[in-house]
Design a protein around this ligand. Structure first.
Ligand SMILES: Cc1cc2nc3c(=O)[nH]c(=O)nc-3n(C[C@H](O)[C@H](O)[C@H](O)COP(=O)(O)OP(=O)(O)OC[C@H]3O[C@@H](n4cnc5c(N)ncnc54)[C@H](O)[C@@H]3O)c2cc1C
Length: 354
């Protein structure tokens, strides 16, 4: 065990904890030398590794507002981008990494295996294959995995379905439309599912697109909370109008016979229907190991998992209920809002650790 106790440990260093780090140093005035960061790569997380080429469903202006609200200075390049437009996600992650640099922070390149509360002295102990560490306060944002459905048909992983070049490799042949004559079932009609259907049809596939919501699409310009916008909304409207010239059949999940037929005809499925936590470290708090059938329990309103242990990001999102539907808030602006709503508690908890 390293003898030093860090004021703040960031476990997982994707978008959510980069935002938290920026808030900690710029607004809460934590010295970066008092920060420990545990992440296997420190590359910006899933936005860099898995979704970098995906066009965002948030505008650039929403991103810069999130940074400003947290007190993080905007990167120089920000003046060149149109605030009303979306950007590829790689732009956002590069800008996050530029805006939040932590000179002097201790970086550990590993996954945390165990996070354990020690009552005397009161601190968290973090064990990793690269050593064991101690911290007064933990901000925990380990990300999440796309959900997989048990369909009996092979699945194209979401990150490959969202990358045009990789998607091609799932269909043999070097022709311009290598998926011609191939049927694919896609689950999920939010931003990702719509982009994937469009890419599949461009490759020549026919698609059954399955939705599990009261209506197939929710549009931001019709006032829907977290609805699809801009180019994605145009594709969704074209799917509704004529199934992208007859290549897409849109069905509700409840149409079991149609779904059965589609799966029987499918070479591949794609699941673009949400995320779940996986491979979480063991968390042991005062009262013992924290676990429930959905992972580690936390309070979605506050992000708190245990005293001085907060969870953020896609693994521990806040939730919003509109017209009886509950949405998990998984975007950079909502991560920033979630952190900011706990400003008083965070300030008190981090000052306590001084
Ligand atoms: C297809 C797609 C499109 C999206 N589009 C947008 C968008 O347009 N706008 C927007 O604002 N948001 C968007 N998001 C949502 C969100 O910004 C991203 O999902 C973001 O990557 C979530 O950040 P995170 O920090 O919660 O998790 P991640 O980026 O997954 O980061 C988690 C980090 O924790 C590390 N880790 C995991 N386990 C451990 C461990 N045990 N110990 C230490 N480290 C660990 C991981 O290696 C990773 O580096 C999109 C998401 C997806 C999937």
């Amino acid at each position: 065990m390293n003898s030093r106790t860090y004021k703040l440990a960031l476990i997982g260093y994707g978008a959510a904890n980069i935002l938290f780090a920026g808030y900690a140093i710029h607004t809460l005035r934590i010295n970066p030398c008092d920060i420990l960061i545990v992440d296997p790569y420190h590359d910006g997380g899933a936005l860099m590794r898995r979704w970098s080429h995906v066009v965002s469903n948030t505008t650039y202006g929403q991103f810069t507002t999130a940074l400003t609200d947290l007190g993080i200075p905007l990167p120089a390049e920000s003046r060149q981008l149109d605030p009303a437009k979306p950007t590829p996600l790689k732009v956002l992650v590069h800008q996050l990494l530029e805006a939040v640099s932590l000179p002097g922070a201790r970086r550990v390149f590993a996954r945390a295996h165990t996070i354990k509360w020690a009552a005397d002295p009161a601190q968290w102990e973090i064990s990793t294959p690269a050593g064991n560490f101690k911290a007064h306060f933990i901000s925990f944002a380990p990300g999440a995995e796309p959900k997989c459905l048990q369909t009996a048909v092979p699945q194209i992983p979401l990150e490959h379905a969202l990358a045009a070049d990789t998607l091609r490799t799932y269909f043999t042949g070097a022709t311009e439309r290598p998926a011609a004559g191939t049927h694919v079932t896609v689950f999920g009609t939010a931003h990702s599912g719509i982009l994937i259907v469009d890419a599949l049809v461009r490759l020549g596939a026919t698609v059954t697109l399955v939705y599990n919501t009261p209506v197939p699409f929710y549009y931001a310009d019709e006032g829907a909370y977290d609805g699809v916008k801009q180019e994605t909304a145009m594709i969704a409207r074209a799917i509704q109008a004529d199934g992208l010239a007859g290549h897409v059949d849109l069905i509700p999940y409840s149409e079991s016979l149609k779904l059965h037929d589609s799966l029987n005809a499918s070479r591949w499925t794609v699941c673009a229907c949400g995320f779940e936590t996986a491979n979480m470290p063991v968390v042991v708090a005062d009262a013992g190991e924290l676990k429930c059938d959905k992972g580690i329990p936390y309070n979605p309103a506050t992000g708190q998992i245990a005293p001085r242990l907060y969870g953020w990001g896609i693994a521990f999102p806040s939730c919003t209920t509109v017209d009886g539907r509950t949405y998990a808030d998984v975007s950079i602006p909502s991560f920033a809002g979630h952190i900011l709503r706990q400003a008083d508690e965070l300030r008190a908890a981090l000052l306590y650790s001084s």
